[in-house]
Design a protein around this ligand. Structure first.
Ligand SMILES: C[S@@+](CC[C@H](N)C(=O)[O-])C[C@H]1O[C@@H](n2cnc3c(N)ncnc32)[C@H](O)[C@@H]1O
Ligand code: SF4
Length: 432
């Protein structure tokens, strides 16, 4: 197949998005037992997964379950502590770039367990060297916040809080089994968050959901105008991991994104066309330092807790629970070790980086070269993409997806992977 034919065959396929690989079995040949080594990584982030939620939204692709009782929550947190301590016994000599606590819904923990989570965070970072732009972040929902939780976040160093809205439209939310918070309630929580010392609130919105339309997105933009969070993240619905595969066409998704983009720029947010993350402050890319380092530089990260993912310069791993249909059944574990560990060749690590960089609509040529890509041999693919005006070269060392290319961004980024029968060999493997 030529590059053009490969692109044609993928451009309308919803599976090509920020997910990589398409199926875990694609990496079966690289699977090893044991845990992922981090011995080569002097810079990395931490991620802690809290899989508990007050409700289970039907569009959600993350490992999550209804919030169990306080004792089970506590046991889960203590298992995470053991895993963090064990990791720190093996590796200590690195700079911590970021620390995200996500889920699920970390704020769904009871008051007491949330305090414990904050203590766990303080202990986890103690003794570690933090990078100058280190900015930890925590996720939550409006209906699980409390004034005390906000104060504890801020007191313990979390000045970025990410809250999901998804849609301002009650009927869209109801279609996806998600409760609605009123504008007045959201506004009052934002004020309380800012008063508690949270400096950046990010609000997540989705597009591509059933029931969304030009009218509901106008309503979303009106809500953003009233709330004016520091950051907004737009998530295109991914259906790879969920059973409901009803998807909008690429043209519909493009229309919805374009409406959001235009509205956000009018409101004063910064964000290139093709970027998912928007910020009132042009310098922070609209994300935590954990995601910034992953998205812009393909930096290493170590994930703790059920199903959490890790990536080092040797490969990628997923903790116990990743493919579990009933994750609540494995909650009483003493720890959540890596269940699937893949030692990956350079081309696979690069593809993993490229997939996440699609959040930013750009990737770094310098970083690809560092990871082992031979730029000359990649030129045939890049020439095709540049000639078609799907991407353009920035003044820095980055390639940016164009407005024309964004419609098919998943197919575009995928042309640079090699596992999926890419016609051009891009790599001179430096490792393995
Ligand atoms: C880990 S979730 C947690 C946030 C929090 N529990 C909430 O619901 O607000 C982070 C974000 O992922 C996004 N998300 C969830 N499922 C998704 C899917 N299938 N495709 C794309 N984005 C998704 C939602 O916007 C959500 O706010
Ligand atoms: S979107 Fe958030 S609240 Fe809904 S199920 Fe997923 S993690 Fe839980």
């Amino acid at each position: 197949m030529t590059i053009a034919e490969l692109f044609e065959s993928r451009k309308d396929d919803p599976r090509w998005n920020t997910s990589y690989p398409l199926s875990p079995s694609d990496w079966a040949n690289y699977r090893v037992s044991g845990s992922l080594p981090f011995g080569n990584d002097t810079r990395m982030s931490f991620y802690v997964h809290i899989p508990f939620c007050k409700q289970l939204c039907s569009f959600c692709e993350y490992t999550r379950m209804l919030c169990p009782d306080e004792e089970v929550q506590r046991a889960y947190l203590m298992a995470v502590v053991r895993d963090i301590e064990q990791f720190k016994r093996c590796y200590i000599d690195f700079t911590l770039l970021g620390f995200d606590i996500g889920g699920g819904t970390p704020t769904a923990l009871s008051g007491e367990n949330f305090s414990l989570l904050m203590k766990i965070y303080k202990n986890a970072v103690s003794g570690l060297n933090l990078s100058p732009d280190y900015e930890p972040s925590i996720e939550g929902t409006f209906n699980t916040l409390s004034e005390r939780k906000l104060e504890e976040m801020s007191k313990n160093g979390f000045h970025r809080l990410s809250l999901g809205v998804q849609s301002s439209c009650g009927s869209v939310l109801r279609l996806h089994h998600r409760g609605q918070s009123s504008e007045a309630m959201m506004s009052s929580w934002l004020i309380k968050a800012w008063e508690s010392g949270i400096r950046k609130v990010n609000l997540d919105f989705m597009y591509g959901l059933q029931g969304q339309s030009e009218k509901t997105i106008s309503q979303d933009l009106e809500l953003i105008k009233h709330l004016m969070p520091q950051q907004v993240t737009l998530y295109e619905l991914r259906t790879n991991m969920i059973s409901n595969k009803t998807v909008c066409s690429k043209a519909e998704l493009f229309e919805q994104y374009s409406q959001f983009h235009e509205g956000l720029i009018t409101l004063g947010y910064n964000g290139r066309f093709g970027q998912n993350t928007f910020s009132l402050d042009a310098s922070d890319e609209g994300v935590s330092s954990y995601l910034r380092e992953r998205m812009l530089n393909g930096a290493a990260y170590k994930g703790f807790g059920l199903s959490a993912q890790s990536m080092s310069s040797y490969g990628v791993s997923y903790n116990v629970g990743k493919l579990s249909l009933e994750p609540q059944k494995i909650l009483d574990s003493v720890g959540y070790p890596e269940e699937y560990t893949y030692l990956l060749p350079a081309q696979e690590l690069t593809a993993k980086y490229l997939a996440i960089s699609a959040y930013n609509g750009s990737f770094s040529i310098r970083r690809l070269k560092e990871m082992g890509v031979n730029e000359e041999s990649m030129m045939e693919t890049l020439d095709f993409l540049i000639n078609q005006r799907y991407v353009y070269r920035g003044e820095d060392d980055r390639i940016y997806v164009s407005k024309k290319g964004f419609v098919h961004y998943g197919a575009i980024f995928s042309l640079l992977y090699s596992i999926y029968s890419c016609p051009v060999k891009h790599f001179e493997c430096k490792k393995n």
